[in-house]
Design a protein. Structure first.
Length: 189
């Protein structure tokens, strides 16, 4: 797959997507992107700057979420212009996809939205590569259906079907512990 001017895939060298979780200011975004570009350039590692204009999935409603769509995309545009690196951001709603795709090189989906068919299909037809974060609630094999949804939407829109990455986020299935279960059973007997 071609991603921001370089090839990625299982047989390709390591590449890095990195940056602050959320955009806090233009100065910080440009400073971090510049420093990461220096480091990855010295190491010969392809690099995409990542930061989100909105972190809509914070655990607390009082947490800082970002600077919003318009200001966040303006800052990401400045990072591209001033630092000269490709940029990636999360999108959380269908109506954010088109304006984000007009600025960024790669879209990213939040893990919690990976099974939302209409959302995944809308990302898939954006004309941008999409990094689909796997929900921790899914087994790795379940991502096949998600990627199939994206490929089908791209195919129907006449777009390449190989513009999608699945980002492994781990799994959070709880393993049953026999001793604990036995102890609880004895306490209730």
């Amino acid at each position: 797959m071609k991603l921001a001017g370089f090839d990625v895939g299982l047989e390709r060298p390591f590449f890095l997507i990195a940056g602050p979780c959320v955009i806090e200011s233009e100065a910080l975004a440009i400073d971090v992107a510049g420093r990461l570009k220096e480091i990855t350039g010295a190491l010969g590692i392809p690099f995409i700057y990542k930061s989100s204009f909105d972190k809509a999935n914070r655990s607390s409603g009082k947490s800082f979420r970002g600077l919003g769509l318009a200001e966040g995309l303006r800052i990401l545009s400045e990072v591209k212009r001033q630092v000269g690196v490709p940029v990636l951001t999360d999108v959380h709603e269908v109506d954010e996809i088109k304006p984000a795709a007009a600025v960024v090189d790669v879209l990213q989906t939040p893990a919690f939205l990976c099974r939302q068919t209409d959302f995944i299909r809308a990302c898939a037809v954006s004309g941008r590569p999409v990094n689909i974060k796997k929900g921790q609630f899914l087994a790795p094999g379940d991502m096949k259906n998600v990627i199939d949804k994206a490929r089908e939407a791209a195919r129907e829109a006449g777009l390449p079907e190989d513009s999608f990455m699945a980002c492994e986020r781990g799994v959070s299935f709880r393993l049953q512990q026999p001793r604990l279960r036995h102890a609880v059973t004895r306490d209730h007997a």
